[in-house]
Write a protein that binds this ligand. Structure first.
Ligand code: AR6
Length: 174
């Protein structure tokens, strides 16, 4: 089985061990994929996030935390915060890489074998999609080489533009 998979669609529908949420530092929900995940999971997700925020104050950009998944079909939601694109001179690339790597680290700690990522930061946060995909793909490939416990990583592209970008890079011969 191929370790990196690409699909176009809605991440809330997936039956994987964990899906990743492109959240913000408050973990209180929002629009985009964050809103979709909270709506589909139901109120328990919000409650769990509230408990975490009580303890840590806020989730810094590039960090990740894990919760249960409420009514979703997956077992866990890993919440991470991607950087807001501010032109490229504010460590955005490093912070986006951290969001992917720290999500994978938590997954590994929890014994998660399959994990799905949305295209973090490429919506409201305005990160250039082509650059974001390079960072996402290289961070995931590097992690998988060193950590074979994670058996499958799925990139879930919701918009056509991201899907075409990932398709060219992951399946160049198709
Ligand atoms: N499944 C998979 N991907 C999705 C879905 C979905 N159901 N819905 C949207 N996307 P965004 P960001 C894609 O804006 O840029 C929130 O309000 C979308 O096409 O969700 O990291 C948070 O609370 C895009 O490619 O997240 C934060 O405040 C990708 O998800 C802020 O937005 C990310 O777009 C985070 O901004």
């Amino acid at each position: 089985m191929e370790m990196i998979k690409l699909i176009k669609g809605d991440i809330t529908k997936l039956e994987v061990d964990a899906i990743v949420n492109a959240a913000n530092s408050s973990l209180m929900g929002g629009g985009g994929v964050d809103g979709a995940i909270h709506r589909a999971a139901g109120p328990s997700l919000h409650e769990e996030c509230k408990e975490i925020i009580k303890k840590i104050g806020k989730l810094p950009t590039g960090e990740a935390v894990i919760t249960g998944a409420g009514n979703l079909k997956c077992r866990y939601v890993i919440h991470t915060v991607g950087p807001i694109w501010q032109g490229g001179n504010f460590d955005e690339e490093k912070l986006l890489r951290n969001a992917y790597v720290n999500s994978l680290k938590i997954a590994k700690e929890k014994g998660i074998r399959s994990i799905a990522f949305p295209n973090i930061s490429t919506g409201v946060y305005g990160f250039p999609k082509d650059l974001a995909s390079d960072i996402a793909i290289s961070a995931v490939r590097e992690f998988l080489e060193k950590n074979p416990e994670i058996q499958q990583v799925i990139f879930v592209c919701f918009d056509e533009e991201n899907y075409e970008i990932y398709k060219k890079k992951l399946h160049p011969n198709e």
